[in-house]
Design a protein around this ligand. Structure first.
Ligand code: HPA
Length: 234
């Protein structure tokens, strides 16, 4: 047990999928895994361990934003020795060629700050994804017939952003989409020599104002779970 995760030693798998929403963790575990066990409910941030095609997997909610994700990922790595960590979540499109429902695989993520800024100080560290995971996720997504983009994203500290000028610069510099967690996941994975990837579905678009209809959200989320599992184990 850790401060924020109630799982007993050995109850967390080497491979952990990290949706922001704990109820998504529950849905994904019940839909895709066999022999599912609830391993965490501290603060309602549900985590489940089960198997997929015989491979042990944990699906643990991360909460929203990098400070929340950082707590769970620090404990998953340092206390439970998680080796492969894959975020599955939504993002806002920032380029005209990026459409609603498309999948974004973040090769790197730009930020204003992360929970790791205190140690990087003046360094503009460029956190990057694990290439093997990214490569496999790309092929898994393409095989599903989903339009897939690989490139830089923006991990923001705020959802209600008062800096439209910053978004303009991101778009100008080719950033594909905005979300709020990936950069710190990559920082921590690189610091502790683990594998990480963010698999994201475009749920809204900052330029067009378009949004994913609610009836499509479950299917998109399910596709991301399958892409993440295939990336981890194929
Ligand atoms: N901003 C930040 N995070 C997001 C967004 C957004 O527009 N859409 C989905 N996650």
């Amino acid at each position: 047990m850790t401060i924020h995760i109630g799982a007993k030693p050995g109850e967390i798998a080497d491979t952990v999928l990290l949706p922001g929403d704990p109820y998504r963790a529950k849905w994904a575990a019940e839909t895709f895994l066999a022999d599912v066990k609830l391993v965490n409910e501290v603060r309602g941030m549900l985590g489940f361990t089960g198997t997929w095609n015989g491979h042990r997997v944990t699906i643990q909610g991360s909460g929203m934003g990098m400070p929340s994700l950082s707590i769970y990922v620090n404990e998953l790595i340092k206390d439970y020795d998680a080796k492969t960590l894959i975020r599955i979540g939504s993002c806002g499109g920032m380029q005209p060629q990026v459409g609603i429902r498309d999948v974004i695989l973040a090769s790197t993520s730009s930020t204003v700050s992360t929970p790791s800024t205190g140690i990087f100080k003046e360094l503009n560290f460029a956190p990057s994804a694990d290439f093997d995971l990214l490569h496999k996720a790309f092929h898994a997504a393409e095989a599903k017939g989903i339009k897939t983009h690989v490139g830089g994203i923006y991990s923001a500290d705020v959802f209600y952003d008062e800096r439209p000028d910053l978004n303009e610069q991101m778009t100008r510099h080719g950033i594909l989409a905005v979300e709020m967690e990936a950069a710190e996941l990559y920082n921590l994975a690189l610091r502790y020599n683990r594998r990480a990837l963010a698999v994201l579905t475009v749920s809204d678009h900052l330029q067009t104002g378009e949004a994913l209809p609610s009836e499509d959200r479950e299917k998109s989320f399910g596709d991301m779970v399958e892409i993440a599992l295939e990336a981890a184990f194929k």
